[in-house]
Design a protein around this ligand. Structure first.
Ligand SMILES: [Zn+2]
Length: 423
């Protein structure tokens, strides 16, 4: 048995108020929460003085190992950046590159309070091993890209199934998924195959969807259908599907997405940096009750992985495009960054019986001083206000210290050199 106690802290409520609370977790589950929780001999103990217990954050869309490519070809137009820089470099990646790139991402996200990430990247077994060694929860998958060539896609199916087999024995914190890259890079036949296989296995599907307008045009040209109707016909519009971006969804698309129970992962910083031309239509999505979450996207298109920075951009971007200061208020933004607005993504509240996934925030940080706490967290804070991060009852960052961080940074630097990213 392993037990963790947080002594003498305060607990953040969904409305931003605080109550006195200590917490005890046994074998990864919160067993006690309240003012009178005692510590038992042998417990790992975190001092909660000047600390606030809050849910950890869920990164709903990323490519973790792309920390190796941060800043590489940074300001190029999207397709030039992909074709001249990213794809050639990715062709040289091996499992150790992906492992250390992902470990670097894990250090960064643990430091900023993320407890779970949804990843789409090459060598998913290496991603899984990195998440496991870092102690984080992750949903991973091998991207499938067939260049809209059904024959090529058929030949890639064995790789997709083999990668799932490789993930069978991985940590219980890691979940496999199917990850077709996007509708402009994957043939209809491959998408339909993934729909069938993911349904049979009950696995989630992560797909880039309507990041740029050309995707809408392409689907209409190839099929004569509207984008969400196309996804529905191939069998991918359901409650296991996570649509990354969704910027160009229109009202009719949103009707279908809402009815199907899909989750949309917004990536506002990546969308702004890559100048995709539109913000995710949050207000009409909210009216329909669409499940929404927040992703950073990869570190080469953001370029950080700190969700407390992105949650501010998410909110103020919506306010700006809607010309409406109430478009995405702090309380809703907090629900999105903690995963509460997207129940299928696995974020959990801090309560008895829930997994012991949480953060301790620095109540004494200047940004969290006077003022409404949720406003301060969403609009003033960054990941620096996170003092400790706990996943499944294991302390991954303790008062600002992540064990092994120096080695991870050094090894990731070596891998970037090997790939020719650094001089
Ligand atoms: Zn992406």
């Amino acid at each position: 048995m392993s037990a963790l106690t947080v002594r003498g802290a305060r607990l953040l409520q969904p409305d931003g108020t605080l109550v006195e609370a200590s917490l005890r977790a046994v074998d990864g589950i919160i067993t006690e929460l309240g003012p009178d929780v005692g510590t038992e001999a042998g417990d790992d103990v975190l001092d909660g003085a000047a600390r606030i217990i809050a849910p950890g954050f869920v990164n709903a869309h990323t490519h973790a190992a792309m920390t190796l490519f941060r800043g590489y070809g940074g300001d190029l137009p999207l397709m030039e950046w992909l074709e001249q820089k990213i794809w050639p470099a990715e062709a040289r990646l091996d499992a150790d590159d992906v492992y250390w790139g992902t470990r670097l991402a894990c250090c960064e996200v643990v430091r900023s309070g993320t407890v779970r990430f949804w990843d789409m990247y090459w060598q998913p077994a290496a991603v899984a091993r990195a998440a496991e060694d870092a102690g984080l929860r992750a949903t991973v998958g091998l991207p499938l890209l067939d260049g809209l060539d059904a024959a090529k896609g058929a030949a890639l199916r064995a790789d997709a199934l083999r990668s799932l087999e490789e993930l069978e024995d991985c940590s219980p914190l890691v979940t496999p998924s199917f990850t077709p890259h996007g509708t402009y890079t994957v043939s209809e036949a491959s998408l339909a195959w993934i729909a069938e296989e993911s349904s049979r296995r009950g696995l989630a599907v992560q797909i880039h969807f309507l990041e740029i307008e050309d995707e809408v045009v392409g689907i209409r040209e190839r099929t004569g259908e509207a984008p969400a109707a196309f996804l529905e016909r191939v069998g991918l519009l359901n409650d296991r599907t996570v649509l990354a971006h969704g910027c160009w969804l229109d009202e009719a698309d949103l009707d279908l997405v809402a009815a199907a129970g899909c989750t949309v992962a917004m990536n506002p910083v990546s969308n702004l940096k890559l100048a995709v031309g539109r913000a995710f239509p949050y207000a009409p999505a909210r009216r329909r009750g669409v499940a929404v979450a927040l992703g950073t996207d990869g570190a080469s298109s953001n370029n950080g992985l700190d969700l407390l920075q992105d949650v501010k951009v998410m909110s103020i971007f919506q306010k700006y495009v809607d010309d409406d200061t109430t478009a995405l208020p702090a309380t809703e933004a907090w629900g999105i960054v903690t995963g509460a607005a997207a129940p299928r993504l696995g974020g959990t509240p801090v309560e008895v019986g829930a997994p012991a996934d949480f953060v301790l925030l620095r109540a004494d940080a200047p940004e969290l001083g006077p003022g409404h706490l949720l406003d301060n967290l969403v609009f003033a804070a960054s990941g620096h206000v996170v003092a400790s991060t706990v996943v499944a009852g294991r302390v991954l960052m303790r008062e600002g210290i992540v064990d092994g961080q120096e080695e991870v940074v050094a090894r990731a630097r070596e891998r970037a050199h090997r790939l020719g990213i650094l001089d």
